[in-house]
Ligand binder design. Structure first.
Ligand SMILES: Cc1ncc(COP(=O)(O)O)c(C=O)c1O
Length: 371
């Protein structure tokens, strides 16, 4: 069963996701110390890793709780004993609301965002029937148009919400996902501050009206350190930093902070052409995003998924003038990939030490929880 322990990573069956434990822990501890120095709380988003073992490591290293997007993810976290959950997307429909009640029985301190009064009234009725309170944050649209209410309506909305007996208004969430990957640091800072300064004013307005607003959260890996410069921010919810996404490797930082801790292994399975080889990871193992995987084990090679589809990838020499040859049949390549959607395609992370020796295997136990 555990016959992979002690293998070198190159001996693992592929495609496989591997995590370098030292790098993962360094990323987790670094985020904690950076946020602590800036006096903001850290509630990391688990949408990246989808793994209760990593969530526990984040909590052991200073996080005050864990964010998830879906109620099904929250239930897995709660069953694993994780507290301080924040569900960062609205819970609508009877099935999901009943699951929320189940969650509150397991983890009463869980919080949920809301962005609709009718939904809040329905939730309140269900909570009353079950004699349960619910802590909520109001989700504010940062300009994406995804979820959240328009900034101009927030104060009125809150004044309606606080009338609902079983709903405790705790604060505000505003996550600007469209800004996180802007390459230029100053541009990213200016856009993010512009949004969060407006949200800060809303918070101050509420406080002026004697409405307690304990939490103002938002921010991902691309803006957490910039957003923490704003006084009213109380916590941040970055996700990708722990394993470090390939897309985040391409943007400019104040300091270069986090390192790629998770990679994918794929094997060369056909070598009958002078121009390229075929590997065993296609789009069923590598979620297709704008940023292509980078072959970190062989920098002269490039991965191309446009030709070979679901189960296969094409790998070619990107510099034909150099002396490098194509890899051999059976050779393992190591890739830096887009993390979130790729992790959701796998059951396990293989955990390796600094020498690439497999020391553990962790379940990606929130994998597939998209309800
Ligand atoms: C609401 C919310 N919060 C936090 C995050 C984490 O952001 P990142 O992975 O960019 O750090 C995301 C990512 O999509 C998100 O949707």
């Amino acid at each position: 069963m555990n016959n992979f322990i002690g293998l070198h990573q190159s001996q693992l069956d592929t495609p496989a996701l591997i995590i370098n434990k030292t790098k993962l822990l360094n990323n987790i501890q670094l985020m904690h110390s950076l946020t602590k120095n800036k006096n903001v709380n850290l509630r990391p988003h688990a949408k990246t890793h989808k793994c209760t073992t990593i969530a526990k490591l984040q909590l052991e290293n200073g996080a005050i709780g864990i964010c998830v997007t879906k109620i099904s993810e929250a239930l897995v976290m709660a069953k694993a004993g994780i507290k301080g959950l924040l569900i960062t997307s609205p819970v609508v429909t009877t099935t999901k609301m009943n699951n929320l009640i189940a969650l509150l029985r397991l983890a009463p301190d869980s919080m949920l965002v809301i962005d609709n009064l009718e939904n809040a009234i329905q939730l309140n009725e269900l909570l009353q029937k079950n004699n349960l309170p619910l802590n909520v944050l109001i989700d504010i649209d940062a300009g994406i148009g995804r979820t959240g209410i328009n900034m101009v309506n927030v104060v009125d909305f809150v004044s309606q919400i606080i009338k609902l007996k079983n709903i405790n208004f705790m604060g505000l969430q505003c996550y600007a996902g469209h800004i996180q990957h802007i390459p230029n640091l100053q541009e990213r800072r200016a856009l993010s501050h512009n949004i969060l300064n407006k949200v800060s004013k809303i918070k101050l307005k509420l406080v002026f009206q004697q409405i307690k607003c304990a939490i103002l959260t938002g921010s991902g890996t691309g803006t957490f350190s910039l957003d923490a410069e704003i006084n009213e921010i109380t916590e941040v919810q970055p996700g990708s930093y722990c394993v470090m996404d390939q897309e985040y490797n391409n943007i400019e930082y104040k300091e270069q902070l986090f390192v790629t801790a998770m990679t994918m292994l794929t094997t060369v399975i056909s070598t009958n052409h002078k121009t390229h080889v075929t590997v065993d990871a296609g789009t069923k193992a590598l979620y297709k995003v704008d940023t292509k995987p980078r072959i970190i084990s062989h920098p002269h090679l490039s991965y191309d998924w446009d030709y070979f589809g679901d189960e296969h990838g094409k790998v070619f020499n990107n510099n034909t003038s150099n002396n490098h040859t194509l890899p051999q049949l059976g050779e393992t390549l190591e890739l830096a990939v887009a993390c979130d959607p790729t992790i959701n395609l796998f059951d396990y992370f293989y955990i390796v030490d600094e020498n690439g020796i497999v020391i553990d295997r962790w379940n990606i136990d929130l994998r597939g929880c998209c309800q």
